[in-house]
Write a protein of this length. Structure first.
Lengths: 337, 276, 149
């Protein structure tokens, strides 16, 4: 016997969650783009796409966000903090890769400096993931020790029924249980069969890749130049990535007053590491691509014991020149460590 | 297929007698209909060359990669007519010497690929002139029609909505063969003309600046539009600029390597009906 | 009760003609609308579209760009270059939904103090009729950075 949430109850659930003070978010698709956004009713959800074009990161770490307002006075500088926006919310229908991405970034944003914006949004959000029954050529979770039904980062995991008319509910955390308490009476017990999860073939052997990356000799390997020759240095891979988290702090305003903002930044940009002197430690695009791969699969796991990649495949899916993590790691896995 | 074979052979010939150090072409990408850029320096790589109707990206931008042409050796490149126009503009703007560029010209109609006659940029002037004769399409695109029917406020609202999605990844700029500035205006901060933050105002400013900088230079290859990860219809803006310079100044970007850049030249009789 | 709308207009003018024209308007004791803030530049050829965007970014309701009549440019052809640039820029603004009525261009010579005063009055009235540039101001508000004009 399992607990089941049938799709036709979804509108009722939304109403109850709202009554409980939660804003409901989910995957939404428009003519131009799909993303995670606030929804009004069940018909707003897009459960059909393999995954939204934009990652769940947008909801926790927006592309630009004010941090403080400053005013320079004669004898002092006055500052006024922007408090992180508050409001409880439930994100229904997250993909497991996106949810795992959040768990990965938790380790960074909760590390030595606690990023209050991230942490507050995380604490106020319930992540309800739906196991994937569909995948495309670019999905690679299975190559990263994850799976289409991974529960990492989720508060509740839903498994679609074979008849596509509901989900089996697996509550994973207290936060998830609390949110589902509000809809407890809308759930039914049943033994309907669940749909098989998507088949995501393993694309490379991660351990082989990591061993190669960890060998200091390979840092200067010719491989980097070869693989990144066609990289045009845009930041779309990093900006659509659910785990890329680099940001820049910019002041906007005039001489005496303005706003300090936290903006996304990308290691693909030449300016990312440019010094004021004009010297750039990562002077070439190949050095920048190497940094992206090394960071995700060597440096980040060195600090946090987890890879900074959850296998959504967005980087490869939308790359203007058809590059991506998959191709790079596939090639690395064929090299001598 | 015949064109592909012919060009593979020609590429090998040029490599064999050291006439080119590299040929920039296309190869099979990660899915059946994707093609990715390929840098051919050996016969094995030449065998990977693919030429078909899916080869749509304009590769001309790779030619201005820092250092690529500084050894004065020749480089081959696969280009559609728009790509050849890009080469002319880059030459007109002193970014490259066309003598260093061997062009493998091609065009497609439907699924058919046909080779273009010639190997030097100058060889295609007849072709480009004939393209100029066909005025830039007043596109039959339904969305463009809708934009044209809007009043000013509606158009503002439309673009505001489009630009609000912009994430400032600068894929449009990086994919564009004409965006070769060593330091882009948005990367300059003394003075900081436009907002670097990706709020809608900053996005609006960024897209205005880029469109203006491309006015009279855009060849309509569509690289920016395809590269945009959030699907902003950038093609319309650049096409409108191309149409404006064509109608006002009879300028068709990239007809020859000696063409004067339209916004760096003038005619004493230019229209000034709008000036009070 | 809200105050009546007074448009804020930024005028970018060349120093040799329009600025001198404005000076003449002043020394001739001509009265004209106080809504225009003048920024003096060496030549209209130096007036980048960036300036216009910056003015809008800071909350201007309208922008005026003015320089020497064709043929009168101190640098012989700066204004010819500028003219082409504006033609294209206007068309771009129009396509993106920024009314070209908010960005005006004129030729005013050093001798045309009267024209300067009249133009400032008529431009101010035109912009007043269009009303505040609310659509743009909404974008400015969203940035949390105050419009400082």
């Amino acid at each position: 016997m399992t607990r089941i949430l049938f799709s036709d109850k979804l509108d009722n659930c939304i109403a109850r969650w709202r009554a409980a003070g939660l804003t409901v978010f989910g995957p939404v698709k428009t003519d131009t783009l799909s993303s995670y956004a606030a929804i009004e009713q069940a018909s707003d959800f897009d459960f059909e796409s393999v995954l939204p074009d934009r990652s769940i990161k947008d909801l926790f770490f927006p592309q630009t966000e004010p941090m403080l307002r400053y005013t320079i006075k004669k004898r002092a500088i006055e500052t006024e903090d922007f408090t992180p926006p508050n409001g409880k919310r439930i994100i229904f229908g997250a993909r497991p890769c996106d949810a795992s991405g959040l768990a990965i970034d938790d380790s960074l944003f909760g590390w030595d400096y606690k990023d209050e914006y991230w942490i507050q949004r995380r604490n106020e959000s319930v992540i309800v993931s739906i196991a994937c029954t569909k995948a495309d050529d670019f999905c690679l979770c299975s190559s990263l020790n994850l799976a289409p039904d991974s529960s990492t980062g989720s508060d509740v995991l839903l498994r679609p029924l074979e008849n596509n008319n509901g989900w089996v509910v697996e509550e994973l955390t207290d936060r998830g249980r609390e949110a589902f308490l509000a809809i407890a009476e809308l759930l039914q017990d049943g033994s309907d069969p669940i749909a098989p999860i998507a088949d995501v073939p393993e694309k490379f052997d991660l351990d082989t890749c990591v061993a190669w990356l960890q060998n200091p000799e390979n840092f200067e390997s010719k491989f980097w130049k070869e693989i990144s020759m066609r990289c045009i240095g845009c930041g779309s891979c990093t900006y659509l990535c659910p785990t890329c988290h680099c940001f820049d702090i910019q002041d906007e305003g005039d001489t005496y007053s303005g706003i300090r903002r936290k903006n996304w930044d990308s290691c693909s940009f030449a300016l990312f590491t440019m010094h004021t002197s004009g010297h750039n430690p990562r002077a070439t695009q190949s050095a920048r691509w190497r940094q992206r791969i090394m960071h995700k699969f060597n440096y980040f796991p060195g600090t946090f014991s987890v890879n900074s990649c959850s296998g959504c495949g967005r980087c490869s899916r939308q790359c203007p020149v058809d590059m991506g993590i998959t191709e790079t790691l596939q090639k690395i896995s064929t090299l001598q460590p | 297929m015949i064109t592909q074979e012919k060009y593979r052979t020609r590429v090998k010939e040029l490599l064999a007698n050291n006439s080119v150090k590299m040929v920039i072409g296309y190869k099979q990408g990660s899915t059946a209909d994707r093609r990715r850029p390929l840098f051919v320096r050996s016969f094995e790589e030449a065998d990977e060359l693919v030429l078909d109707s899916n080869c749509i990206g304009n590769l001309a931008g790779y030619l201005v990669t820092e250092g690529l042409l500084s050894d004065e050796k020749r480089v081959g490149i696969f280009l559609r007519p728009e790509g050849i126009r890009s080469i002319n503009i880059l030459a007109a703007e002193s970014q490259l010497n066309t003598e260093q560029i061997i062009i493998f010209g091609f065009d497609t109609s439907g699924r058919e690929v046909k080779a273009l006659q010639g190997e030097q940029a100058g060889d295609f002037s007849g072709l480009i002139d004939s393209l100029k004769e066909k005025p830039p399409e007043k596109s039959s695109d339904a969305l463009l029609y809708r934009i044209d029917q809007m009043n000013t406020e509606e158009r503002f609202a439309f673009w505001k909505d489009e630009f609000s999605r912009c994430i400032k990844c600068y894929a449009c700029r990086q994919a564009c063969p004409m965006c070769y500035c060593r330091r882009c205006i948005v990367d300059s901060n003394q003075p900081q003309w436009i907002n670097t933050s990706s709020h809608t105002l900053g996005n609006f400013e960024w897209n205005i600046v880029r469109a203006f900088h491309l006015a009279g230079r855009c060849v309509g290859c569509g690289n920016c539009d395809r590269a945009c990860p959030v699907n902003i219809p950038l093609r319309f803006i650049n096409a409108r600029m191309a149409q404006e310079v064509f109608e006002s100044f009879d300028h068709y970007a990239g007809t020859s390597q000696t063409q004067e850049p339209v916004l760096a030249s003038f005619n004493k009789d230019d229209s000034e009906t709008f000036i009070l | 009760m809200s105050e009546p709308f007074e448009p804020k207009i930024i005028a970018f003018v060349c120093t040799y003609c329009t600025y001198a024209g404005a000076d003449l308007a002043g020394t001739s004791r001509l009265k004209y609308a106080p809504n225009v803030r003048i920024v003096r530049l060496p030549c209209t050829g130096r007036i980048s579209p960036m300036f216009i965007l910056k003015a809008l970014q800071k909350g201007a309701d309208g922008v005026l760009v003015s320089g020497c009549h064709p043929g009168d440019c101190h640098f012989t052809h700066g204004n010819y270059h500028a003219r082409r640039r504006w033609m294209v820029f206007r068309s771009l603004l129009d396509f993106l939904g920024i009314s070209p009525e908010r960005v005006k261009f004129s030729w005013i010579s050093a001798a045309e103090g009267g024209k300067f005063a009249d133009l400032i009055n008529s431009v101010t009235e035109d912009i007043r009729k269009l009303g505040p540039f609310d659509q743009y101001k909404e974008l400015i508000k969203e940035t949390e950075t105050p419009a400082t004009l």
